[in-house]
Write a protein that binds this ligand. Sequence first.
Ligand code: FMN
Length: 241
Amino acid sequence: MRLVAFNGSPRGKRSNTDKILQPFLEGARSTGLCVETETIYLKDYKINHCLGCFTCWTKTPGVCIQKDDLGLLVDKVIDADIMVFATPLYIFTVSGLMKNFMDRLMMGLAKPYIIKRDEYYTHPSRYNGSFSKRIVLISNCGFPGRYNFTGLIETFRILCQVSGANLLATILCPMGELLGISQLLSLFGWYFDAVREAGKEIIERDAIAPDTEAILKRDLMKEEEYVTLANAYFENITRGQ
Ligand SMILES: Cc1cc2nc3c(=O)[nH]c(=O)nc-3n(C[C@H](O)[C@H](O)[C@H](O)COP(=O)(O)O)c2cc1C
């Protein structure tokens, strides 16, 4: 089974997103069910934004006119059984890196015609079942409060619904900047253990068990304490500017 993860943080391996993604993949590999995982750090690829020219639907079906690295990633998507979209929350949605990747990828995988699937209008797949994948969404954000992820969740929910993909799970971590403080990491062992367990469960049962889900929804720290800590930090580094 092939699991391909796309990390959309400009911070790459140092990102808070990766602090969640890597234990998730470890958990997936720990099942002993022949799971092969790969992490693609989008920041290491040149993926321009979509030009909106629709050439990939008209003159060169399925092929973008831009000569950059997108083509290297399309086959990875087609070959994957499970795709993990791992992104920091940027203005209530995916990062720019992830959005450019998604725009270009989805256009190339679709044919232009409009069809109806259940009660939704969508485009047919260009390659048989190219996006009928199992999908996991991982994200973290700077603010406290799970409501910050509302738009992001809805984007993936509707995207999977119309494209025939199966959104297996979301792992969403508010106050994610805490994960980037190495001195604090030992406080969050319980969280990383649950993420690892989630990776295992996704492979074994295509879902995260309710007990694991409940742990993943616990706050890393009290919201008010986090806000006090964050403000003290910024006060210090900006010296009150
Ligand atoms: C351009 C930009 C936009 C952001 N927008 C939000 C936001 O809408 N809500 C939020 O809670 N945090 C927001 N953040 C904070 C990031 O989500 C947070 O720093 C996160 O931990 C970064 O994860 P990473 O290390 O994986 O990149 C934003 C950060 C940047 C740089």
